[in-house]
Design a protein around this ligand. Structure first.
Ligand SMILES: NC(=O)c1ccc[n+]([C@@H]2O[C@H](COP(=O)([O-])OP(=O)(O)OC[C@H]3O[C@@H](n4cnc5c(N)ncnc54)[C@H](OP(=O)(O)O)[C@@H]3O)[C@@H](O)[C@H]2O)c1
Length: 234
């Protein structure tokens, strides 16, 4: 494993899971947030551990502004809410995203009309493509948005191999992300194709939410079982 300098933009469950695991795996990880001091002292009523409590368990992970985190990174992860992703990537700075792999985990959920959330983009566009258009020099790869944060980093807890997906226009960037996914324990990765294929991965979310409601939990994932008629092995 070659250690990379990774910026994880987002302090929520996804940011914590990804940052914590990548640091355990030996990467040099900085989490990005709007206001580091506010994040350090924040008390949380959402049921998620406060950042300070999480930080105590992950002393190697640095905390910085979105911009400072992105500036120092080789690879940037978007782990922010979908509705704020374009905003926080602007804060990170277009020049600090240029030529870097941008792993986009966000989902375009619109919670403004209550539960279940709607998608604010779908079918003929995706949040991943919106991010790519806003930052043409970033090498955007969509991945990991299809499963819950704990399973992103510990898929083995399901007890059998399950499937994750990558979408992106840059083959080298996708290869880098597939490598990281392997480090996280994902052994079945389907390369869907160019970044427009992120539309399908993002449109999975409404179905994911209904399955989670039916099962009473988020501890599940897709497993794509191939029959003999399938031509490609991934
Ligand atoms: N939760 C999951 O299991 C899961 C699974 C798959 C995909 N996803 C997707 O992954 C992304 C992250 O999800 P999450 O649940 O970890 O985090 P989240 O709570 O949706 O997002 C947290 C981040 O959003 C930032 N943020 C919130 N409001 C903001 C605003 N007005 N302006 C700028 N930044 C703002 C926060 O910044 P501060 O740090 O400054 O507070 C924080 O870093 C989402 O797009 C979600 O749909 C989540």
């Amino acid at each position: 494993v070659t250690a990379m300098k990774i910026a994880v933009l987002g302090t929520g469950p996804v940011g914590q899971a990804i940052a914590g695991r990548l640091a355990e795996l030996g990467h040099d990880v900085t989490v990005g947030t709007r206001d580091p001091e506010a994040t350090r002292t924040r008390t949380d009523d959402s049921g998620t551990a406060t950042y300070a409590a999480w930080q105590q368990d992950h002393p190697a992970v640095a905390l910085a502004t979105f911009e400072d985190a992105a500036r120092g990174a080789d690879l940037v992860v978007n782990a922010a809410g979908g509705n704020v992703s374009l905003d926080i990537l602007d804060q990170a700075g277009d020049e600090h995203l240029a030529d870097k792999v941008l792993l986009d985990i966000s989902n375009p959920l619109d919670h403004s009309q209550g539960f279940p959330p709607r998608l604010f983009v779908k079918d003929d566009d995706s949040l991943a493509e919106m991010i790519q258009r806003a930052h043409p020099r970033a090498r955007v790869v969509k991945a990991l948005n299809t499963l819950t944060s704990s399973l992103m980093v510990h898929p083995e807890t399901l007890g059998e191999e399950t499937t994750v997906f990558v979408s992106g226009d840059d083959a080298g960037a996708k290869a880098t992300v597939v490598g990281l996914l392997g480090e996280l324990g994902h052994t079945d990765v389907i390369d869907l194709g160019d970044l427009s294929t992120a539309r399908g991965a993002e449109m999975w979310l409404p179905f994911w939410i209904r399955i989670a409601m039916a099962l009473g939990g988020s501890d599940f994932n897709i497993k794509v079982v191939r029959g003999a008629g399938v031509v490609n092995d991934r």
